[in-house]
Ligand binder design. Structure first.
Ligand SMILES: *Cc1c(COP(=O)(O)O)cnc(C)c1O
Length: 396
């Protein structure tokens, strides 16, 4: 009897039941099966700087980080992170008490939410959202309250009235992401300032995912939320080496925050991975000290790729939201006579040998995301050219 009841109960718990499998697995499998170009998942197809690879090899050979590194991260990396925040943004953080190294931004997000939320708390998050946010909010037993970014002329924008209206007495924190994946929106000084005022007025914490801080184009500027008045003490800022240095497999991320917040996040982090990526931490410390020319070159290079793919998508008939940041392009498929991004993405590999991701997967209000499809442009020029020429056959 008891046995039978047990086996009827689903294996995956209720908190995670809605997150069974990711669209990325399905689409990547489809890419392999059909021999398609995979512009679905956002990882570069070339590695970062050779000297940083050498730094990792040296650390491995010299036995630095081959055994458990210190829980908060190796001092060399924590110091380099603090220097980076100071040099770039004029933010000063104590490497010993205000910096925490994590297993990528993914663990920083998980540890922050698990540490700071009680069951029943509400989290206001921008929609569409990075997929791990919803799952981590659920694992913390909290409730997500999405605020939808609205498509305007050339970009998706945050409606500040909707943001204010989303905050209730149960709201514990705002989960922000700028530059924003998947829309490519970079929040402006005015928008960030309004978020900051709201957080201060309502006594909210903010967890801000800034992993694309170095990937901003043209006139767009990345301004860390922690630089706004009253925000340093209530903001957990998350960064990562994966996107900035093109080493997504190394999984080195970090948190900068007040001593109290850092200590809280560390409490959760120590029971998730405890520590990670020992030798890579030393290499990332060197990467953070790369000269400005590296960042300028990286941005210029990615901007050229953005132009290549955006041009191809426009020629193929998509409406393109040219991203101000990140390495994703969100498109509207309605000019192609399509309305359902899921159906479109499932058919695209057969139709022209390209894989993309339906933005609807990043929405609670799926209908809001239905006509939008995301393409990654962090791929070699030749790959993007081939993808563009394949996409052009769509209209035919
Ligand atoms: C890629 C990505 C992450 C994950 O970063 P890792 O350092 O690889 O864990 C987090 N947030 C956003 C918005 C991302 O696009």
């Amino acid at each position: 009897m008891e046995q039978a009841q047990r086996s009827e109960r689903p294996l995956l718990n209720r908190r995670l039941a809605e997150f069974g499998t990711t669209i990325f697995a399905e689409m990547s499998a489809l890419a392999v099966r059909t021999g398609s170009i995979n512009l679905g998942q956002g990882f570069p197809d070339t590695d970062g700087p050779a000297e940083i690879v050498e730094a990792a090899v040296r650390a491995l050979r010299e036995g630095r980080g081959n055994q458990y590194p210190p829980g908060p991260g190796v001092p060399e990396l924590r110091t380099a992170i603090a220097e980076h925040q100071q040099r770039r943004y004029g933010l000063s953080y104590d490497p010993d008490t205000e910096v925490l190294v994590t297993a990528g931004a993914t663990e920083a997000i998980a540890a922050s939410l698990l540490a700071l939320l009680e069951p029943g708390d509400e989290v206001v998050a921008l929609e569409p959202y990075y997929d791990s946010y919803a799952a981590c909010i659920a694992m913390a037993g909290a409730t997500r309250v999405p605020v939808t970014l609205r498509p305007g002329e050339g970009s998706f924008r945050l409606d500040l009235d909707e943001l204010r209206a989303a905050v209730t007495d149960r709201t514990r924190l705002i989960l922000l992401n700028t530059p924003h994946n998947p829309t490519g929106t970079v929040l402006t000084r005015e928008e960030l300032s309004a978020v900051a005022e709201l957080a201060c007025e309502r006594g909210l914490l903010v967890v801000t995912d800034e992993v694309y801080e170095h990937l901003v184009f043209d006139e767009a500027e990345h301004i860390p939320l922690a630089t706004f008045p009253g925000m340093r003490e209530r903001t957990v800022t998350i960064g990562s080496a994966g996107k900035t240095y093109s080493f997504t497999g190394w999984k080195v991320g970090w948190v900068t925050a007040s001593p109290e917040l850092t200590s809280a996040v560390r409490s959760a982090k120590q029971y998730l991975t405890y520590v990670s990526a020992g030798p890579f931490q030393y290499a990332v410390a060197e990467a953070l000290r790369l000269p400005d020319s590296y960042y300028d070159g990286f941005r210029a290079d990615m901007r050229a790729r953005r132009e290549l793919l955006a041009g191809g998508l426009e020629e193929a008939g998509f409406k393109v939201f040219r991203p101000a940041g990140t390495y994703f392009i969100t498109t509207d498929i309605r000019p192609l006579g399509e309305t359902d991004g899921f159906a479109f993405c499932r058919a695209l590999p057969e139709r022209c040998g390209v894989v993309a991701i339906p933005n609807a997967v990043f929405y609670d209000h799926r209908e809001q995301g239905a006509p939008f499809v995301r393409f990654a442009f962090c791929k070699r020029t030749g790959v993007l050219e081939e993808a563009a020429s394949r996409l052009k056959t769509l209209g035919a």
